[in-house]
Design a protein around this ligand. Structure first.
Ligand SMILES: C[S@@+](CC[C@H](N)C(=O)[O-])C[C@H]1O[C@@H](n2cnc3c(N)ncnc32)[C@H](O)[C@@H]1O
Length: 391
């Protein structure tokens, strides 16, 4: 039995979820951040649980051929990026593979044809339009990995240039003396805003962090809905300020689009856009799970789901899985909750004499240099006698 502080040598077999490499010592699984497949490493245990060990690199005995020199001097000290030691194309492949494994583990074997080629971000660097910096002793920086102390920074390589300019300017203002946490963000009109998160409160509204990759995401979702040629309503569940809703409505002006969103601020923004653009769409301010208890969807209604990282409420999966649906598009930024929700949908469908049929799965890299990935899954829920398999 190993204990915290023990050191041993391992070989990383592959990458696992949470951006960590996976190795083994005496059949016990070991997770190591900032490692790469085929690395031979001397590691030190930082946490020992019954089923696995967390460890950190003490020495790279033999570095993987997949390793590249990280571009940022703060990499591995700052907690923001996880994958700068891997070439960008390797990052995209690894994330895609992880999504395939996570979904297959939850749903059983999936036909390879279902998986479309991954979509990379148009920009590998300088893509983020929102950053939160911490201030400590007049120094501005990001939190260290797993810590509340900061790494002072001059420049963030994944932030948009306008945010780095704002960061430099921030250092010369009184905000550095008074604030503890500041958000810098670029809005849809490319204006930079600064918000003191301690005095003005945490931002309560969602916006996509990579506008370049977001355009590809919107295109991909719109293409799937338009290809279906919907004859009935399109429900945009977790619609935010209408990222998908507005784009779909412009392509399908005859179809009524209904956005369901919990956050009143986002509902206000969405309704304003609908009025300004004269879209055939409307918003309901509600949680998705409560809304689904009050309305009855038709099988031909198109369903979009784009929940937060925590995934959907199980109640919503029970309702959606209990009757036939011709077209569902689930957009997820967390493969583990996506897999959990699809499994629940599949199990619910089976109970009602239906089956979940995966049509396409595609990853899209919204978050280069980090472990995070976006996945778009297209599926239907059919009567069991027409399709007897899950895919
Ligand atoms: C990942 S964001 C997606 C937003 C939008 N689709 C977009 O692309 O910008 C998830 C959204 O779900 C909203 N939300 C969170 N929990 C919810 C719930 N239970 N019911 C409805 N909306 C919820 C959040 O306010 C947030 O706007």
């Amino acid at each position: 039995m190993y204990k915290v502080g023990d050191q041993f040598q391992i070989t990383i077999e592959k990458m696992a979820n949470r951006g960590k490499g996976l190795g083994r010592i005496n059949d016990q699984v070991v997770f190591v951040p900032y490692s790469a497949p085929q690395d031979v490493l001397m590691v030190k245990a930082t946490k020992v649980s019954k089923n696995f060990i967390d460890a950190e690199i003490v020495e790279i005995v033999k570095g993987s051929e997949l390793r590249v020199k990280p571009a940022c001097v703060y990499f591995s000290e700052c907690g923001g990026c996880h994958f700068q030691h891997l070439a960008y194309s390797t990052q995209v492949t690894i994330k895609d593979q992880l999504v395939k494994e996570t979904l297959s583990r939850a749903l059983g074997p999936i036909d390879e044809k279902v998986f479309l080629s991954p979509i990379a971000s148009p920009l590998e660097w300088n893509y983020r339009n929102r950053i939160q910096v911490h201030i400590e002793n007049n120094q501005v920086g990001f939190n260290k990995r797993n810590s509340n102390t900061i790494v002072p920074i001059e420049n963030c390589k994944i932030a948009e240039p306008a945010l780095n300019k704002a960061l430099t300017e921030l250092k010369n203002t009184d905000a550095v003396k008074n604030a503890e946490k500041i958000e810098l963000l670029i809005d849809k009109n490319l204006q930079v805003h600064q918000r003191d998160l301690n005095s003005q409160g945490q931002p309560v509204m969602f916006s996509q962090v990579n506008r370049f990759a977001n355009q590809l995401l919107v295109d991909s979702v719109v293409e799937k809905v338009v290809r279906f040629q919907p004859k009935a309503k399109v429900y945009d569940f977790y619609s935010g300020d209408g990222n998908f809703l507005a784009a779909i409505s412009k392509k399908l002006p005859k179809n009524e689009i209904v956005g369901i969103e919990l956050n009143p601020g986002l509902v206000r923004l969405g309704r304003k856009e609908i009025a300004e653009q004269k879209l055939n769409a409307n918003y309901v301010q509600s949680s998705v799970e409560n809304y689904l208890e009050t309305v009855s969807l038709n099988a031909t209604d198109t369903v979009l789901l784009d929940p937060p990282r925590t995934g959907c409420d199980p109640k919503a999966m029970f309702v959606l899985g209990s009757s036939a649906r011709k077209k569902v598009v689930y957009i997820s930024c967390e493969p583990t909750t996506l897999a959990r929700d699809l499994r629940l949908l599949k199990e619910t469908a089976v109970k009602w004499g239906l089956s979940l049929r995966l049509e396409t799965v595609q990853t899209l890299d919204m978050f280069p240099q980090t472990e995070h990935v976006e996945t778009v899954v297209e599926f239907s829920i059919d009567k069991i006698d027409t399709h007897t398999t899950t895919h």
